[in-house]
Design a protein around this ligand. Structure first.
Ligand SMILES: [Mn+2]
Length: 566
């Protein structure tokens, strides 16, 4: 469900909704990394054409791959695909976007096993994986998915995974209008179908699927995906090496308009802001610089949530999901915080690629409304996992204040029993890039008689000028050009800070983009002076401009009065 995705290398934006792209990245897959897969022997699991080889001369692993490939193809042909699809083809004259928020006509036109471009970095093809990887149960939940899209998801898994690694594909039909959408697919080998008797949402549906899964590893997959070559082995390898790793592929983009398969940038990880809005963001520059191996995995503070792999016993031990969350949204934060804070880790494995149709809207209804559901789910997350930092969530999402969210005592108990670390630990160790807002944002006016310090627009060189002008407004409502915020030695107006143009006497003072490390922007209040810290010079007036001069007592042009506005 939903929409979460990175931008593609072609520069297209493909992630509306809660998850925004962090800018397109040309040259996907060209970044390096520090991890090297270890402990692997034997050939890569690529499928040669049977007629090209004498199978008796092959390594046993190749022989096995060829034979399973052939039998899977044979078994698949037993399923009456034509009838399954044609009964739900889009009708002439019908809006192809109406039901699914993507172009169903284009999906219906494509074959269920169409080839897609291998979007991995070329070095991925020579990485070797263990021959004894654990098998997985693939869990796909859906609600009224287009048949052609759902079938292509399933077939891509069967065709592009070593058969021995796919234990089963568990479909959880979350009360779709037509039970046959799911039921008929059970004629395909390994495919099982569970149907909810009422709408439960993604979270409870996934837990239901996980509870019946028999393989040691769970793979959660969205219902409008296509997995790419060798997508599964790199993920299972990471989980096999350390069962507390929760791993995601790079999520490529399947166009919602023409179903073209587009490579996503390989330099992105999951991030968020204080309103718990997911976004794709660039890997921090230091990490990027130290990456020498493009096949190595990328630590990520959060996962997008639609596609990931987790060890089944670890999933259970960690408390599965918060099943009081409804329909969709926010569950990825809850899981991500829980994994990190309770001594696991999250990563994106760049040699695994899975395509996903990113949409601009949810194609289905939320019984309680989209916004309210998202607030309930993220509020539960904040209340259980964010400690005192939840204040910043409420500050960023004031509509969550006072909203009902049910009891979280069970989840709080779970956190205690798992002996998880604090959210402060998470911020310091996993996501130091997330800036903590200033504790209080009191705005003030800076007065000199009847005049006020103000920003005065840009000069011809594009600099934002500072100066003094007649105070505008009264009491609680001042002109925004005359309101200032103090904090961390900065005197700030939105993201612009009061800054000296040079360190010499008489230098003009202007506004520049705030930078905590720039000593030109640091000030302190000393009596009635506003003193620039490193030069020791004082803010002075030369109407209508402001500048710095040696501090001089009783000089009215250096006398400032701070008045709190809010
Ligand atoms: Mn989706």
């Amino acid at each position: 469900p939903g929409s979460w995705g990175p931008s593609t290398t072609s520069g297209r934006t493909a992630s509306p909704g809660r998850q925004h792209p962090a800018g397109s990245q040309p040259g996907a897959g060209l970044q390096g990394g520090s991890r090297r897969c270890t402990g692997r022997t034997g050939p890569a699991l690529r499928i040669p054409q049977p007629h090209q080889v004498h199978t008796e001369l092959l390594h046993p692993l190749y022989r096995q791959v060829i034979s399973t490939f052939q039998t899977e193809k044979g078994k698949l042909s037993a399923f009456d695909e034509k009838t399954y699809l044609s009964s739900k083809f889009i009708k002439q004259g019908e809006d192809p976007y109406r039901q699914h928020a993507f172009n169903q006509l284009e999906s219906d036109k494509l074959s269920s096993d169409r080839p897609i471009r291998d979007t991995r970095h070329y070095r991925c093809t020579s990485v070797h994986y263990d021959s004894d990887l654990p098998s997985t149960s693939v869990i796909i939940t859906f609600h009224n998915e287009a048949r052609s899209t759902l079938l292509r998801t399933i077939k891509s898994v069967l065709i592009r995974s070593p058969a021995s690694l796919i234990q089963e594909i568990i479909l959880v039909d979350d009360f779709s209008a037509d039970p046959d959408d799911c039921q008929l697919l059970t004629k395909i080998p390994k495919v099982k179908c569970l149907r909810n008797s009422r709408r439960e949402g993604l979270i409870r549906s996934r837990v239901r699927g996980a509870d019946v899964a028999v393989a040691p590893v769970l793979t959660f997959l969205d219902s409008h995906c296509e997995v790419n070559n060798e997508w599964l082995q790199p993920l299972l390898q990471r989980v096999k090496e350390d069962h507390t790793r929760v791993v995601s592929p790079i999520i490529d983009v399947i166009s919602l308009d023409n179903f073209a398969y587009l490579a996503a940038s390989a330099d992105l990880r999951g991030g968020f802001d204080w309103s718990l809005h997911f976004k794709w963001e660039q890997i921090p520059i230091e990490q990027k610089m130290s990456r020498s191996d493009p096949t190595s995995s990328i630590r990520t503070p959060v996962i997008a949530g639609g596609i990931f792999i987790i060890d089944k016993s670890w999933f259970n031990q960690l408390g599965k999901y918060d099943t009081q969350m409804d329909i969709w949204g926010g569950e990825n934060f809850e899981l991500s915080f829980r994994v990190w804070m309770c001594s696991g880790s999250l990563e994106i494995v760049p040699c695994s690629r899975v395509g996903h149709v990113f949409r601009k809207r949810h194609p289905y209804e939320f019984p309680d409304g989209n916004a309210l559901t998202y607030i309930k789910n993220t509020k539960r997350t904040a209340e259980v996992w964010m400690d005192e930092y939840k204040q910043y969530y409420y500050q960023a999402r004031p509509s969550a204040i006072g909203k009902a969210f049910g009891s979280v005592s069970e989840r709080a108990e779970l956190r205690k029993n798992l002996d998880c670390k604090s959210f402060q630990w998470y911020l310091q160790n996993v996501y130091p890039e997330l800036k903590v807002p200033e504790k209080e944002t009191i705005t003030r006016v800076i007065k000199q008689g009847g005049n006020c310090l103000e920003s005065q627009g840009q000069d011809t060189a594009g600099n934002v000028l500072a100066g003094v002008g007649v105070c505008k407004g009264t009491g609680k409502k001042m002109a925004s050009t005359q309101e200032w915020v103090f904090g961390e030695a900065l005197i700030r107006q939105q993201d612009k800070c009061l800054s000296i143009s040079s360190f010499s006497t008489g230098a003009l003072v202007m506004l520049e983009s705030c930078n905590l490390k720039d000593s030109r922007q640091k000030w302190k209040l000393k009596g009635h002076f506003l003193q620039h810290i490193s030069s020791g010079l004082c803010l002075d007036t030369n109407l209508p401009r402001v500048l710095i001069n040696p501090c001089q007592l009783d000089l009215l042009s250096q006398l400032w009065e701070l008045i709190q506005v809010t």
